[in-house]
Ligand binder design. Structure first.
Ligand SMILES: C[S@@+](CC[C@H](N)C(=O)[O-])C[C@H]1O[C@@H](n2cnc3c(N)ncnc32)[C@H](O)[C@@H]1O
Length: 198
C-alpha cells in the first residue's frame, strides 16, 4: 500500500517525540506492517459504505493511520489502549485526522468499553485472557463487523496464543464470515472477520 509524505511526516514526529523511540519502532517490524496490510486487503470486500471504526489494543496507532490511507472508506477511528503512553503517540501518528476530529485515542481497558462502531477491530487477542476476551466481546454490538487477529508466537507477553486457525475460531466464538492465516518468518498470524452471535 502507499504511504504519503504528509502521513510519513507525522509517523516520524510520533517516533521522535515518544518517550522511548526504540520501543515505538516495535510497531514497525515487517511482521506488524504485513499483518496490518493483510487486515486491510481482507476487510475491503466486506465494506460497502463509509464506516466508523473502533480499534481495541490500538497500540501507537499505526493500523489506524494505515486504514486512513487505504482504499477502505473511513469516517472516523477511535483507538483504545490500556497503556497511557500510547495515547499521545497514537494522536501524533494520526495528527492529520485528529485535527479534523476523525481520530481519537483513548486510554482504557478494552473490557470497560462498549463498542457499536460499524467495524470493531481487536488485533491484540493474544494479549488478553479468555475471560477478558469474553467480557470484551459481550460489550460489542451484534450489528458491528468484528475483525480479530491473534498468532502462535509463544513469548511471555502473549498470554493466550492460538495453536492454529481452528483453535482461534474456538477462542473467538463468533459467527465467522471469513477466516485466514498469514505465514510470517517468526510466527503465523490468524484472522477472523465475523459478527457476534446473538
Ligand atoms: C504489542 S501491542 C499490539 C499487538 C498486536 N498484535 C498488533 O499488532 O496490533 C498490544 C497492545 O495491547 C494493549 N492491551 C493489552 N491489554 C489490553 C486491555 N485489556 N485493554 C486495552 N489494551 C490492551 C497493550 O497496552 C499494547 O499496546
Amino acid at each position: 500500500m502507499q504511504i504519503d509524505t504528509d502521513h510519513l511526516h507525522y509517523w516520524m514526529q510520533a517516533i521522535r517525540q515518544s518517550p522511548d523511540p526504540i520501543r515505538t519502532l516495535d510497531a514497525f517490524w515487517s511482521g506488524q506492517l504485513k499483518s496490518k496490510e493483510w487486515l486491510i486487503s481482507s476487510l475491503r470486500p466486506h465494506v460497502k459504505n463509509f464506516v466508523t471504526i473502533d480499534i481495541h489494543g490500538g497500540w501507537v496507532g499505526v493500523l489506524a493511520s494505515m486504514l486512513f490511507q487505504s482504499v477502505i472508506p473511513v469516517k472516523t477511528i477511535r483507538s483504545i489502549d490500556l497503556d497511557p503512553t500510547c495515547e499521545p503517540i497514537a494522536t501524533m501518528m494520526n495528527k492529520k485526522e485528529e485535527m479534523v476530529n476523525r481520530f481519537s485515542a483513548v486510554t482504557s481497558d478494552m473490557c470497560d468499553i462498549t463498542s457499536d462502531a460499524d467495524i470493531v477491530i481487536n488485533t491484540s487477542c493474544e494479549h488478553i485472557s479468555q475471560e477478558q476476551y469474553n467480557l470484551w466481546l459481550s460489550k460489542v454490538s451484534s450489528t458491528s463487523l468484528v475483525v480479530l487477529q491473534s498468532n502462535n508466537y509463544n513469548i511471555p507477553e502473549h498470554i493466550r496464543i492460538a495453536d492454529n486457525l481452528e483453535h482461534f475460531k474456538t477462542q473467538c466464538d463468533i459467527k465467522v464470515l471469513w477466516a485466514g492465516e498469514l505465514a510470517l518468518p517468526l510466527y503465523t498470524r490468524y484472522m477472523i472477520i465475523g459478527q457476534r452471535s446473538v
